[in-house]
Design a binder for this molecule. Structure first.
Ligand SMILES: NC(=O)c1ccc[n+]([C@@H]2O[C@H](COP(=O)([O-])OP(=O)(O)OC[C@H]3O[C@@H](n4cnc5c(N)ncnc54)[C@H](OP(=O)(O)O)[C@@H]3O)[C@@H](O)[C@H]2O)c1
Length: 237
């Protein structure tokens, strides 16, 4: 067992999760990369290892209780305390926002439930299983979205929007129940980032998109908890 501080990142095989893992490892954390796809996760582990970074991998599908249990067992075997958890894994289950099909009048319940299962219940399951390993200190980052802001709520894409608004509520529930501890849990919006999900038109590069995630993952003891931030600045719910 290494005595390095440990970070777990979900959905670490591409996009914001991969770069968050790289940046945290560069800051000196041991990063336990998780991905639902074993092969692509192992490939990323090898890439980051070749960059001289201290990373390991464990398969994790955030929709599966059995998968989370296997991660907990892996963690117990290899590590003692968890310092950072980044709930990054997410899906955009609605049809393209440009298409008429993304209207709430076309949305089907299965799509809404799919978004909720991954984007809201995923962080719920993972946080509930892993926060006990923080021993009362650490940072949890829920990667949310401006599309979940009630103050900015517009039409289209109800599955994604509802799942991220609910994720923000989850942040508040956990933060209140953890207020007597040193554990900080915040929602962040990374901005509009050029990943598979964000698309080529997005305004931010992936390294710029992860800046706010890294900020929230590495808060000092007097840092905020129970907030919603973009680029390290508070934003309205
Ligand atoms: N890009 C943006 O502009 C933007 C803006 C606001 C918020 N966000 C949020 O940022 C986070 C990362 O998004 P991204 O842009 O990096 O998207 P991405 O490139 O599409 O990556 C999504 C990641 O989530 C993983 N994932 C999906 N379902 C999973 C599951 N059930 N279990 C484990 N992993 C799962 C994917 O794994 P697979 O490879 O197996 O599919 C992939 O690693 C998401 O929560 C997203 O909502 C992104």
């Amino acid at each position: 067992m290494s005595d390095k501080s440990v970070a777990i990142v979900t959905g670490a095989n591409r996009g914001l999760g991969l770069e968050t893992s790289r940046q945290l490892a560069k800051l000196g954390y041991h990063v336990l990369l998780t991905s639902r796809n074993e092969e692509s996760g192992q490939a990323v582990r090898q890439t980051l290892h070749n960059e001289g970074l201290d990373v390991s991998h464990c398969q994790l599908d955030v929709r599966s209780d059995a998968s989370i249990e296997a991660l907990v067992n892996h963690f117990r075997q290899h590590h003692q305390r968890l310092h950072i958890l980044v709930n990054n894994a997410g899906i955009f289950p609605d049809p393209s926002p440009q298409s008429e099909e993304s209207s709430i009048f076309h949305a089907n319940i299965e799509t809404i439930l799919e978004g909720f299962d991954t984007n809201t219940l995923g962080p719920f399951r993972v946080s509930r299983a892993l926060i006990p390993f923080m021993d009362g200190r650490g940072c949890v980052v829920n990667v949310s979205s401006g599309m979940g802001q009630l103050s900015e709520m517009n039409g289209c894409c109800p599955a994604y929007r509802l799942s991220k608004t609910a994720l923000n509520a989850l942040t508040r529930i956990f933060s209140d129940e953890l207020k007597q501890t040193g554990i900080k849990i915040n929602s962040i919006c990374p901005g509009w980032v050029r990943t598979d999900m964000g698309g080529e038109e997005a305004t931010l590069s992936i390294p710029d998109g992860v800046k706010g995630i890294i900020w929230a993952a590495t808060l000092q003891e007097d840092g905020p908890s129970g907030g919603f931030f973009r680029f390290g600045e508070p934003i309205a719910w």
